[in-house]
Design a protein around this ligand. Structure first.
Ligand SMILES: *Cc1c(COP(=O)(O)O)cnc(C)c1O
Length: 414
């Protein structure tokens, strides 16, 4: 190919990475749905195992369909290499544990995905790894959290439950003073189209590809990107030996989904801005959490570290717990489900759903108030999203009054 300018992200979602040269000239890279690869002779097999010759061996160690996806996401993140995992949590676990041993210390943001929090606080503890959960938007507290044995810093921005933003250039600068520490960013909410943590000093970027990267709600998967050396280590240790690798079929679907990522993100973000404006003005709503709002802490990071506010919005209903349940139950089009980044708008009520096993006090501590709702704005025509929210919210007025005076525990039993 002639030398040409590097492609834009909007083209890399379609062409990024070395597309395989299919012997039959297929436009779409084939699905190598195979567990193992046949060696032409024993000597070749030996050389591949010894790492003396490139070539596939067994799909847990590498697969052409999975490899294409790994290279494409790495190209999008501006990283050298990628490693695909069975789930987003498989990616988080593989990316962190590859660099840790008993006695090590990790600094994690105090606002991270629930299962990442569980992994770090429960499992890591059992293996002798200490984790400090720190408010990383406070650079003094962050700088003070480093210890001689700190190996990793882990964060998400924006993050649940209130779309907390963290200044990546500030975190990156502080991390640069500790050359042995790796900075890992979970970029699931943004995708590389809206934010590239590697540009701010992140060594590894992880994704739940279940969300926007695939975008069609039919796969659970994860991806890690980073330097050639780090990705090789992850592939040869935690991924190979713990085995949470991606199925070729899932990789094929995500590669297909990725082709429309730029178009989808544009639509998601445009609609989310309109939905947030609608929610801010609604009398049944006390507060809206959305990075696109002027009063959102860190709003100024839009345009510098993030291209847009994303499409996940949280809001607080005045009517509390009961209003949350009723809002969800009366929706017609918007689907009541966890997850985000799908074509369908998805809505959830943490107090009655994801966080219902917790006591109201424990929820309060985690910032999950009884009237908190999260919506992932989908790809439907935005007027339909607003119409559905509007008809359901308008029915809350009566119930809001009757819920007044009821205690949280009384309401919770309704
Ligand atoms: C969903 C999610 C994960 C976990 O991903 P799975 O694919 O469900 O394992 C991790 N981080 C964030 C921010 C997520 O939204």
């Amino acid at each position: 190919m002639k030398a040409m300018k590097p492609l834009h992200l909007e083209s890399l979602v379609i062409h990024g990475g070395d597309a395989q040269q299919d012997p039959h000239g297929a436009l779409v890279s084939p699905l190598y749905q195979t567990s193992t690869f046949v060696f032409p002779d024993a000597e070749t097999g030996g050389r591949r195992f010894a790492g003396e010759e490139a070539g596939y061996i067994y799909s847990r160690l590498g697969n052409p369909t999975v490899n294409l996806l790994e290279q494409r996401v790495a190209a999008l993140e501006g990283m050298e290499a990628g490693a695909a995992a069975a789930t987003g949590m498989g990616a988080v676990a593989a990316a962190t544990m590859a660099f840790l041993k008993a006695g090590d210390h990790v600094i994690a943001s105090d606002c991270i995905y629930g299962c990442s929090f569980a992994l770090f606080s429960h499992l890591f503890e059992r293996f002798g790894v200490k984790v400090s959960f720190v408010d990383l938007s406070d650079s003094k507290a962050f700088a003070a959290a480093f210890r001689a044995n700190t190996k990793l810093v882990f964060l998400e921005t924006p993050a649940n439950p209130h779309l907390k933003l963290i200044d990546l250039s500030s975190v990156g600068e502080i991390c640069a003073r500790h050359p042995d520490v790796r900075l890992i960013v979970d970029n699931t909410f943004m995708t590389p189209l809206l934010q590239r943590p590697g540009d701010f000093g992140a060594h590894l970027v992880v994704h739940s590809a279940t969300k926007y990267l695939n975008g069609h709600g039919d796969v659970v998967a994860g991806v890690i990107t980073g330097s050639q050396e780090d990705i090789h280590l992850i592939k040869m240790t935690t991924l190979k030996d713990m085995g949470a690798t991606m199925s070729p079929h899932d990789a094929w679907l995500i590669t297909r989904g990725l082709k429309t990522l730029a178009l989808r993100m544009q639509r998601h973000c445009e609609s989310a801005t309109v939905v947030a404006d609608f929610l801010v003005k609604h009398p049944a709503i006390e507060k809206v959490y959305f990075p696109g709002l002027n009063d959102h802490p860190g709003h100024e990071l839009i345009g510098t570290q993030m291209k847009s506010a994303g499409a996940v919005i949280a809001f607080e209903l005045r009517g509390g717990y009961q209003a949350g349940v009723q809002l969800l139950n009366r929706l017609n089009m918007i689907r009541v489900a966890v997850s985000l980044g799908d074509a369908e708008s998805l809505i959830q009520h943490p107090a009655s759903m994801t966080h219902s096993p917790l006591t109201p006090e424990a929820r309060e501590q985690a910032g999950i108030t009884d009237g908190l709702i999260r919506i992932s704005v989908g790809l439907e025509q935005v007027d339909d999203i607003i119409a559905d929210l509007s008809q359901s919210l308008s029915q809350l007025k009566h119930s809001t009054a009757s819920a007044n005076g009821a205690s949280v525990s009384e309401v919770a039993q309704v």
